[in-house]
Design a protein around this ligand. Structure first.
Ligand code: 5AD
Ligand code: FES
Length: 354
C-alpha cells in the first residue's frame, strides 16, 4: 500500500465517501495491507455503533419455484435438474414457531418468483405470522413485484424487503439477466419499496461474471446514494447447471474488502456475513464480521428441503437442523469476541426517520 491508498482509506473513514474514480483506484490497488487497515477501521466503526452485538435473522426458504432465468442462479427456470418444492402455510408457521423458540425475532421469507404466491396468499401468510408473533419483524425476499403488491404486503404486516440490485451498471445487468428482465424495473422496485415504507436491503454478488472495478465503483456509488437499511453482499459461486457453470468464484479477499468499504460508507447499515461467504471459506462469516459485518442469517428451513434451495454449488448448512445452525453460529461469534442478540434489530437509519 502506498501513501495514496492510505490517504483514500483515511478519507473514506473521515468523510464516508469517495468519488467513483477514487473507488476504482482503491479497488485496483488495494493490497493485503490496505485490506487489513480497512478491516480494522471498519470493525472499529461497527463497534462504535453496535458495540459487539451481532443481529440474527432466521431465513425460511419458502419456495424453489422461479419464473425467472437469471444466468447465475441455480433455481433459474431453465434448470430442469433443480428439484422444486413449496412450503405450505402450516409448514412456514411451524418454522417460525421453532425459530421463535430458538430466540429469533426476525423471520426472512425468501423464495424464487413463484406465481403461486399471489398477494392474497402471501398476505395471509404474513398476517398469520404477525398474529402468532406480534413482537417479530417479517422480512420478504420474493423478488420483483408491482407497487400495488408491495403496498398490500406491507399493509398485511411485512416490515422489510430484501431485493439485491445485483449490479448498478446497466450493461453488466444485462449480461447477468435474460432479456425479459430489466435494470430499470429492478431500480423501480427498489425505489417503490422505499416509498412504501419498508426497511430495504439491496446488494450484489462479488466476482459475478463481467464485474470490473468500474462496475463495483458504480455499486458503491449507488449504495451510498440509495442508503439501504441493509446491504447483502457475498461471493458469486457458480452453479453446475447454469450458463455460468465454468466461471470463477468470487474471492474471499474482495468480499471482505468491500464489506469494509461499505461499513465505512454507511456506519449504521445492517451488513450480513452471508452463507455464500461461509461457503467459500470455513471461517468466512467470522472473517466477514471482523471486516465490518454485523448480521448473520441462519437457516430455519425444514431439513427436508434445504438441499433443494440450491442457488449455488456446495452451499453450507443444508444437512443441519435449525437449532444446530443457531448454536453453531452463536459459538463462532463468541470465539471472535462478539455476542448474538435476539431483538428485532431494526435499522438505525429507519428509526431515525420514523
Ligand atoms: N452465487 C452467489 N449468490 C447467488 N445468488 C443467486 N445465485 C447466486 C450464485 N450463483 C444471490 C443473488 C440473489 C440472492 C438471493 O442470491 O444475489 O439476489
Ligand atoms: Fe449452519 Fe454452521 S451455521 S451449520
Amino acid at each position: 500500500m502506498d501513501a495514496c491508498e492510505r490517504e483514500l482509506i483515511e478519507k473514506l473513514e473521515g468523510e464516508n465517501t469517495l468519488s467513483e474514480e477514487e473507488y476504482v483506484q482503491l479497488i485496483e490497488n488495494g493490497d493485503e495491507e490496505a485490506r487489513e487497515l480497512l478491516a480494522l477501521k471498519a470493525s472499529e466503526k461497527s463497534k462504535s455503533v453496535f458495540k459487539n452485538a451481532i443481529y440474527t435473522r432466521g431465513l425460511i426458504e419458502i419456495s424453489s419455484f422461479c419464473k425467472n432465468n437469471c444466468l447465475y442462479c441455480g433455481i433459474r427456470r431453465d434448470n430442469t435438474f433443480a428439484e422444486r418444492y413449496r412450503l405450505t402455510g402450516e409448514e412456514i408457521f411451524s418454522c417460525a414457531e421453532e425459530g421463535y423458540e430458538l430466540g429469533f425475532r426476525t423471520f426472512v421469507l425468501q423464495g424464487g418468483e413463484d406465481l403461486h404466491y399471489t398477494d392474497d396468499v402471501l398476505c395471509g401468510i404474513i398476517s398469520q405470522i404477525k398474529k402468532n408473533h406480534p413482537d417479530c419483524a417479517v422480512t420478504l425476499s420474493m423478488g420483483e413485484r408491482s407497487a400495488e403488491s408491495y403496498k398490500a404486503l406491507r399493509d398485511a404486516g411485512a416490515d422489510r424487503y430484501l431485493l439485491r440490485h445485483e449490479t448498478a451498471d446497466r450493461v453488466h445487468y444485462n449480461t447477468l439477466h435474460p432479456r425479459e428482465m430489466s435494470f430499470d424495473n429492478r431500480m423501480r422496485c427498489l425505489r417503490e419499496l422505499k416509498e412504501t415504507g419498508y426497511q430495504v436491503g439491496c446488494g450484489f454478488m462479488v466476482g459475478s461474471p463481467g464485474q470490473t472495478s468500474r462496475t463495483l465503483a458504480k455499486d458503491l456509488m449507488f449504495i451510498r446514494e440509495f442508503k439501504p437499511d441493509m446491504c447483502g453482499i457475498g461471493p458469486f459461486i457458480p452453479h453446475r447447471n447454469t450458463p455460468f457453470a465454468g466461471e470463477k468464484t468470487g474471492t474471499l479477499e474482495m468480499t471482505l474488502f468491500l464489506l469494509s468499504v461499505i461499513r465505512l460508507m454507511l456506519p449504521g447499515v445492517l451488513l450480513p456475513a452471508t452463507t455464500a461467504l461461509g461457503t467459500i471459506h470455513p471461517r468466512g462469516r467470522e472473517l466477514g464480521i471482523l471486516a465490518g459485518a454485523n448480521v448473520v442469517m441462519p437457516n430455519l428451513s425444514p431439513a427436508a428441503v434445504r438441499k433443494k434451495y440450491e442457488l449455488y454449488d456446495n452451499k453450507i448448512c443444508t444437512g443441519e437442523e435449525s437449532a444446530q445452525c443457531r448454536d453453531c453460529l452463536e459459538e463462532r461469534i463468541k470465539t471472535i469476541g462478539y455476542r448474538l442478540v435476539v431483538d428485532r434489530g431494526d435499522s438505525v437509519y429507519y428509526m431515525e426517520n420514523k
